[in-house]
Design a binder for this molecule. Structure first.
Ligand SMILES: O=c1ccn([C@H]2C[C@H](O)[C@@H](COP(=O)(O)OP(=O)(O)OP(=O)(O)O)O2)c(=O)[nH]1
Ligand SMILES: [Mg+2]
Length: 157
């Protein structure tokens, strides 16, 4: 009997004109979980983020994520440590049916201006499987030992 063939899902990337010349995202090491995203801001017009302010940074890329997966836009630890710059809506969710430009919402939590320059690696994207559950409306939820306890309820008697 012929073994069932398993096709590895792939990521489609479409370049918009303003990302021309920038490296496409790629896994930098064999075990990398994420691929870095680069800022597609004009060479002669870096995007300045003042302390406490946020900015939506273009990547110049459209992703075609295979059905059953999502993209998670996450901060880069180096930017967070060195400059206090992180993603505001982390992890940002990229739906598999989204066909717009992927953008990164950065916030400057540091105390100095932060300049986003063309090609700067500003965030990373991790792909993960998603499950869409069917919804069942019920009058009651099944009883459990935890019940309604949460927010530090365990361990206290
Ligand atoms: O960091 C992000 C987060 C989202 N998106 C894009 C892709 C995503 O599929 C879409 C919608 O994101 P989300 O569902 O988080 O935003 P929303 O405020 O609920 O908008 P919508 O009503 O369009 O779903 O916006 C980005 O480009 N970057
Ligand atoms: Mg949404």
């Amino acid at each position: 009997m012929k073994a069932a063939s398993k096709i590895t899902p792939s990521l489609g990337i479409v370049r918009l004109p303003h990302s021309d010349g920038l490296d496409l995202p790629a896994y930098e090491t064999a075990g990398a979980a994420g691929m870095d995203l680069r800022a597609a801001v004009p060479e002669d017009r870096p995007l300045l983020i003042l302390p406490g302010r946020r900015a939506l940074v273009p990547t110049g890329l459209i992703f075609e994520i295979p059905a059953g997966f999502e993209g998670q836009v996450r901060p880069r630890s180096g930017l967070a440590l060195k400059h206090g710059v992180t993603c505001l809506n982390t992890p940002g969710t990229i739906d598999s049916d989204y066909r717009g430009e992927v953008k990164v919402l950065l916030i400057n939590l540091g105390d100095e201006d932060f300049s986003v320059t063309r090609g700067m690696r500003i965030a990373q994207i991790v792909f993960a499987p998603v499950t869409q559950l069917p919804i069942v409306e019920q009058s009651l939820a099944a009883a459990t030992t935890r019940g309604s306890g949460g927010f530090g309820s365990t361990g206290s008697h």
